[in-house]
Design a protein around this ligand. Sequence first.
Ligand code: ZN
Length: 231
Amino acid sequence: MDYKEVNLVNANKFFTEHLNKKLLKPIKIVEKDSDPLMKAIGWFLGALRINTRFMSSYITTIGNTIYFPKELMSTINPKRFMETIIHETVHVLDAQENKLIYKPSYLPELFLGLPLLILSIILFALKYWIIGIVAILLALVCILPTPKFGRYHWEMRAYAVSLLIARDADHDEWFITQLKSWIKGQLKTSHYYFTMPIESFYKDEDFDKYISQIPIKEEIKSFLKNDFINL
Ligand SMILES: [Zn+2]
């Protein structure tokens, strides 16, 4: 079997035999390159030079669908693939359990900033200057790269999976420390639109807290122990 086949067998086994009861709707993995919505978003991000690697290097999850770049599915090794799939699964479960707050807290730029911006334009047109100014200031707080606690929280929950898997595989402390710096590097920089640039949010206790809160810890361990196929 090649990487792609093994990766899909692993993911399918994890979803159907380990997660079954936790999911309200099954998770689907779709090739990102063949999806019209993803192509449109990829074109938009590329045209504005916001992200030129959205289609080739980024895994995107919306609802219960994980959009995975086709090429990457055949080249990523099974361990990395499953780590990514489990990361995305934590997002799916969190979105499922926190229906109202997940999206606006994960992406306030779009779900709060944009509506507030439109509202402020309407208020200015109606000459409600004071609340118009309040609305535009709130919109700017959402849209500009100010710290976004919500996205930090959801991503730390999902990235804690990588730390759990590394510990489960008995990696040494040096490796774990590197992994923590890498996660911090993702969330502090442009990769995640400067989600949380404040250093004190990345203490060892913070990572430990998020590892202890992983919602599917036993399922992950049991899958890796009993069903994971490596190549
Ligand atoms: Zn994530």
